[in-house]
Design a protein. Structure first.
Length: 146
């Protein structure tokens, strides 16, 4: 499935809010006691967000903080209609290729089904706090001639 990325606009905020709440609602209630709108608003920094577009429509978004290093995936959401179709893998492969010389981190829940995708992509748990885990994909080793 082909996709494209475009920079987010402030008009994308309601879509991203609803998508994240729909995808993460159960996990947030289970582990944090509920959804906190102010937390989502605080993390919605427009310059870090790329919209995933499929067939001319929004299908999800990536929120990636590139400075300071390490690169940090603050949020990665796909619409349920587009999950389990290889799109998440393609998006992460693109991110990993773009930042192959950088360490990339993200935080997720231990019981988030997406954690299996992150592990397949080479992310490993580097810190655990209850059911929340920080994962990291170390930089690719570049082989050179000596």
């Amino acid at each position: 499935m082909d996709y494209e990325l475009r920079p987010a606009t402030f008009e994308d905020y309601p879509y991203c809010y609803r998508l994240t709440k729909r995808n993460m609602h159960e996990l947030f209630y289970r582990h944090w006691g509920g959804w906190v709108p102010a937390e989502f608003r605080r993390g919605f920094v427009i310059k870090n967000i790329s919209m995933v577009i499929i067939a001319g429509k929004r299908a999800g978004y990536l929120n990636v903080i590139k400075e300071p290093l390490p690169v940090y995936v603050a949020n990665f959401q796909l619409s349920p209609a587009w999950q389990n179709r290889g799109i998440g893998t393609k998006l992460l492969n693109r991110l990993l290729a773009t930042h192959s010389r950088d360490s990339i981190q993200l935080t997720t829940f231990e019981d988030n089904p997406a954690k299996r995708l992150y592990e397949r992509m080479g992310f490993v748990v580097v810190e655990k706090n209850g059911m929340t885990v920080r994962m990291e994909k170390p930089p690719s080793k570049v082989s050179g001639s000596d």
